[in-house]
Write a protein that binds this ligand. Structure first.
Ligand SMILES: Nc1ncnc2c1ncn2[C@@H]1O[C@H](COP(=O)(O)OP(=O)(O)OP(=O)(O)O)[C@@H](O)[C@H]1O
Ligand SMILES: [Mg+2]
Length: 428
C-alpha cells in the first residue's frame, strides 16, 4: 500500500486583526494511504478545513512537510481535488460549465472537457440538468455539482470538507451512500478519501480510520481503526459500539498526560465543569438505577443535561479520578464511591487532594503561594503564563475553573476585590 499524501510536523498560524498571530495547527502528522477512507472529527475551529486546504495545496503550511506521492507539494496538485463546505458554484454558469471549469484551467481541449464533464454528471446522477443554473437546483443537487466538479478531475485523492452537512439528513445520507457505492464498485478513479465531518455516525459509517483532532492548536489526538465491511448499518450493535468508542475518545479530552509541550502544566485546558454539577452527576451515577455504571446517552437523558454540558462534567470527574470513561460509559471509581459515601468535609478533602494530584495548574499555584510569606499572589502572572499557550479569553476561563475547583477543595481562594489568589488560611 502506498502513501498518497504525507504530512509531517505541519504547523500553520494566522494573523489576527490586531497583528498578533494565532497558532491553528501544530505538530500535525498524518498519512493518507492508497485504498482508504479516513474521517477527521474535531470541534469547530480546530483547523480541519485549514488542514484540508493545506493538503489540497490551496494554502501553504508554515512549518513541516507536505508530500504528495513522495514529492513536496507546492500549490494545487493535479491528483488532488477538494469538495468545499459550502457549494461554491458560479451562479452564472450552467451545471455543465461549472463542472468543466477545472478542466479548462488545466488546458484540456473543449471536446475532451465536454466528454469528461458529461461522464461525471452522469456518474453523480445529474443527467438532464446539464443546462440548469445553480439557482434552479435543490441543495442536494448543488452539492452533487460540487462533487461532479471534483470527480471530473479524476483525482487520486478526494478531500471532502463536510460535503454532506449543509444538506437535509435524508439527502445527505443518500448522497453519502451513493459515494460509498461508487467507491466500492471501483468506478471512481479515486484512490483515497479524507472526509471531514461533525457527525460521529457518518464518520463511523464511512471510514476505515477515524481521527480525532484536538483544538488550540489542532493536531491528531487519537485514532480508531474500523474494520467492519461496508455497507454498514447505523443500527447494528457493532456500529453503535464504535460510535460509543469514538464518543469516549472525544471526551477523553486533553486529559491524560499526553505529548506535553514546553510548559505542560500551563497549557492544559480544564473542562468547563461546575463543582455542584459534578457532585450531582456522581451521585446520580452511584444511585439505585445506575449502580456505578451508565451509558452516556442514558445519563444525559436522566440528568437532563445536553451532551455539551455532560461531556465536560464526565471529563472533569475522570480527570480527578472519581470516575472513568470507557466505551462510551461512565464508571464510578472506588474513590468516587468513597466520595459519594462521605460527608461534606470528607468530600472536600478528597476533592482537594485529587486536584493537587491531577491538575498541575492547581498544584503549581498552590506551590507558588506557599513560597510567599503572606500566602498571596496576584492572578496576573498566572494568566500571563496561560496566555502563552491559549488566547486571553481561554486563559481567563481556565484560571476561573481552577479557582472554583480549588476553593471547593480548600486548596486556594480568590479575592474579587483585590484580584489576589491566596491560601485558604491567609487573607481572611
Ligand atoms: N484565512 C484565515 N485567516 C485568519 N484566520 C483563519 C483563516 N482561516 C481560518 N482561520 C482561523 O483558523 C481557525 C481554524 O479554522 P478552520 O476553518 O480550519 O476550522 P474548522 O475545524 O474547519 O472549523 P469548522 O468545523 O467550524 O468548519 C479558526 O479560528 C479560524 O478563525
Ligand atoms: Mg471547516
Amino acid at each position: 500500500m502506498s502513501t498518497l499524501v504525507a504530512l509531517k510536523n505541519v504547523a500553520k498560524s494566522f494573523k489576527s486583526a490586531d497583528g498578533s498571530s494565532r497558532l491553528v495547527l501544530e505538530h500535525v502528522d498524518f498519512q493518507l494511504q492508497e485504498g482508504e477512507i479516513v474521517a477527521l472529527l474535531g470541534q469547530s475551529g480546530s483547523g480541519k478545513s485549514t488542514l484540508m486546504r493545506i493538503m489540497a495545496g490551496l494554502i501553504p503550511a508554515d512549518g513541516g512537510d507536505v508530500h504528495y506521492r513522495s514529492q513536496p507539494l507546492f500549490g494545487p496538485a493535479e491528483g488532488i481535488a477538494m469538495v468545499f463546505q459550502s457549494f461554491a458554484l458560479f451562479p452564472w454558469l450552467t451545471v455543465q460549465q461549472n463542472v468543466e471549469l477545472g478542466l479548462e484551467a488545466r488546458g484540456i481541449a473543449a471536446a475532451e472537457r465536454e466528454r469528461r464533464a458529461a461522464a461525471a454528471i452522469e456518474l453523480i446522477g445529474l443527467s438532464g440538468f446539464e443546462g440548469a443554473l445553480p439557482r434552479e437546483l435543490s441543495g442536494g443537487m448543488r452539492q452533487r455539482v460540487g462533487l461532479a466538479r471534483a470527480l471530473v478531475m479524476e483525482p487520486a485523492v478526494l478531500l471532502m470538507d463536510e460535503a454532506f452537512s449543509a444538506l437535509d439528513v435524508l439527502t445527505g445520507e443518500r448522497l453519502r451512500n451513493e459515494i460509498l457505492e461508487l467507491w466500492g464498485s471501483g468506478q471512481m478513479p479515486t484512490k483515497a478519501m479524507l472526509v471531514v465531518s461533525h457527525n460521529i455516525e457518518e464518520a463511523v459509517l464511512m471510514a476505515d480510520r477515524v481521527l480525532v483532532f484536538s483544538s488550540n492548536p489542532g493536531r491528531v489526538r487519537a485514532e480508531l481503526p474500523i474494520t467492519l465491511p461496508r455497507p454498514r448499518h447505523p443500527d447494528s450493535p457493532e456500529v453503535r459500539l464504535l460510535i460509543d468508542e469514538v464518543y469516549s475518545l472525544m471526551t477523553a479530552g486533553a486529559t491524560p498526560a499526553q505529548a506535553e509541550p514546553v510548559r505542560p502544566h500551563l497549557s492544559d485546558r480544564l473542562p468547563e465543569a461546575d463543582v455542584g454539577h459534578m457532585e450531582s452527576l456522581l451521585e446520580l451515577l452511584a444511585d439505585e438505577q445506575f449502580k456505578g455504571r451508565a451509558d452516556l446517552p442514558q445519563l444525559a437523558e436522566e440528568s437532563e443535561l445536553t451532551d455539551e454540558d455532560l461531556l465536560p462534567l464526565a471529563g472533569a470527574l475522570q480527570r480527578l479520578g472519581l470516575a472513568t470513561l470507557a466505551h462510551g460509559d461512565l464508571l464510578i471509581s472506588p474513590l468516587g464511591q468513597c466520595y459519594v459515601d462521605g460527608d461534606h468535609e470528607f468530600r472536600r478533602e478528597i476533592f482537594g487532594q485529587q486536584l493537587l494530584a491531577h491538575v498541575p495548574l492547581a498544584a503549581f499555584i498552590r506551590h507558588s503561594l506557599e513560597q510567599e510569606a503572606n500566602g498571596q499572589l496576584r492572578e496576573e502572572p498566572f494568566l500571563k503564563l496561560l496566555r502563552e499557550s491559549m488566547d486571553e479569553q481561554e486563559a481567563e476561563r481556565v484560571l476561573q475553573v481552577a479557582i472554583e475547583w480549588a476553593r471547593y477543595g480548600e486548596v486556594f481562594e480568590y479575592d474579587f476585590h483585590t484580584g489576589m489568589i491566596h491560601l485558604p488560611e491567609a487573607g481572611e
